[in-house]
Design a protein around this ligand. Structure first.
Ligand code: NAD
Ligand code: ZN
Length: 355
């Protein structure tokens, strides 16, 4: 397991097999009751096993929300809080987020606000959630922008049963690799090269486990140095400025987060070449995205000026300048203000190239 040294407390990320059936052994016996929050897809696969294990030692309640990004909403936040009240959760209660990043963000935000904060544990079940379950950022979406309402709130533990990703559909493997490759671009040229040879349809378990663990180490090392995103942590937004604009534009759930990030990373590369004169594997990355069926063609449906307006809504934006994380080279990121006109121009160029 990996230990994360957060400002509020240290917590372990336990990665292993069959943890869903042994989860009760990994939890402090002092908790009075537990609320497991999950979505209706993850429920069908794993809720029974997790709840059975927990029931050996605890009073267990459940809250099940519809699967999909649209549940990361104020409405669903309120509904889950209602469950907390109904179940009479107290300060000694524990919330468990069983699911992907949507559940982690929603349940974590509930945990951070209910009774001014109760403990919570992340049980990620997607590849993408190797990223979202670590680092303590929790949030819900506003119709105008992703993650506009949220807080910094660290879990007390992350329990990652690697076997749960066996049931993921291909589109979610693709999505997860969007964030994995971001972590590689931020940290390691050799790893990035290896990833650009991965075939999403044929990726082995061993490869997956290695990549996830590596991604967690990169994320951990960055958030440990800058938990509150005053500097270095901004680098984790690599590819996200365009990604968030695409997600808000298409409607939450119309594209997976990681697929949007992958497209955002390609745009970031083009922009980096133009703005900081970087030399990056743009051609290789474009081919990899195409080969693995990332939805590049949707770029042509987006209006560039309008996307820039969306970027101005992003909470990381200060005033009218658009902050971009760019790469000087693989593993060397920087943050720059980029002129609106330049962004429109480069987006139009990219649209023309990939269509
Ligand atoms: P998700 O939680 O919506 O899961 C994707 C889909 O897979 C859902 O339909 C879900 O029901 C299903 N699913 C989950 N686990 C499964 C399993 N084991 N088998 C079969 N199906 C399964 O999405 P996600 O991609 O995991 O997470 C995306 C969210 O994470 C976004 O909201 C994004 O903003 C957020 N995020 C947050 C952070 C952070 O630091 N807090 C970082 C990255 C992403
Ligand atoms: Zn992300």
């Amino acid at each position: 397991s990996v230990t994360i040294h957060a400002t509020t407390h240290d917590y372990d990320v336990v990665i292993g097999k069959d943890l869903r059936n042994k989860v009760t052994e990994l939890i402090d016996s002092d908790y009075t009751s537990i609320l497991v929050i999950t979505d209706d897809k993850v429920e069908t696969h794993y809720l029974n096993e997790v709840a059975s294990s927990l029931k050996e030692n605890f009073e267990v309640h459940t809250a099940i929300v519809p699967a999909g990004e649209s549940s990361k909403s104020m409405r669903m936040y309120e509904k889950v809080l209602d469950r907390c009240v109904e179940a009479r959760l107290d300060r000694q209660s524990l919330i468990i987020a069983l699911g992907g990043g949507m559940i982690g963000d929603l349940a974590g935000y509930v945990a951070s606000t209910y009774l001014r904060g109760v403990d919570y544990i992340q049980m990620p079940t997607t590849i993408l959630a190797h990223d979202s379950s670590v680092g303590g950022k929790v949030a819900i979406n506003h119709p105008n922008g992703k993650n506009l309402i949220g807080s910094f709130y660290n879990p007390t533990k992350v329990i990652y049963d690697i076997e749960t990703i066996d049931t993921l559909p291909e589109s979610e493997i693709r999505s997860g690799y969007g964030e994995v490759i971001k972590h590689a671009f931020l940290s390691d040229e050799g790893w990035s090269k290896t990833l650009l040879e991965v075939d999403i349809q044929r990726v082995t378990k061993e490869q997956l486990e290695t990549d996830l663990t590596r991604g967690i180490h990169v994320k951990a090392s960055i958030v440990e140095q800058d938990e509150r995103e005053t500097g270095l942590r901004k680098h984790l937004n690599l590819g996200h400025t365009l990604a968030h604009a695409i997600e808000a534009e298409l409607g939450y759930g119309e594209i997976t987060h990681g697929e949007a990030v992958a497209i955002g990373l390609l745009f970031m590369m083009k922009l980096s070449e133009e703005v900081v004169g970087a030399e990056l594997p743009v051609k290789e990355f474009t081919e990899w995205l195409k080969k693995n069926n990332y939805p590049l063609s949707l770029l042509s449906t987006l209006d560039s000026e309008h996307m820039v307006e969306r970027m101005l809504w992003d909470k990381k934006t200060v005033g009218q300048e658009i902050n971009f994380v760019l790469l000087k080279k693989i593993s060397d990121a920087c943050v720059l203000n980029v002129d609106k006109k330049e962004i429109v121009k480069q987006l139009n160029l990219l649209k023309a190239e990939v269509s």
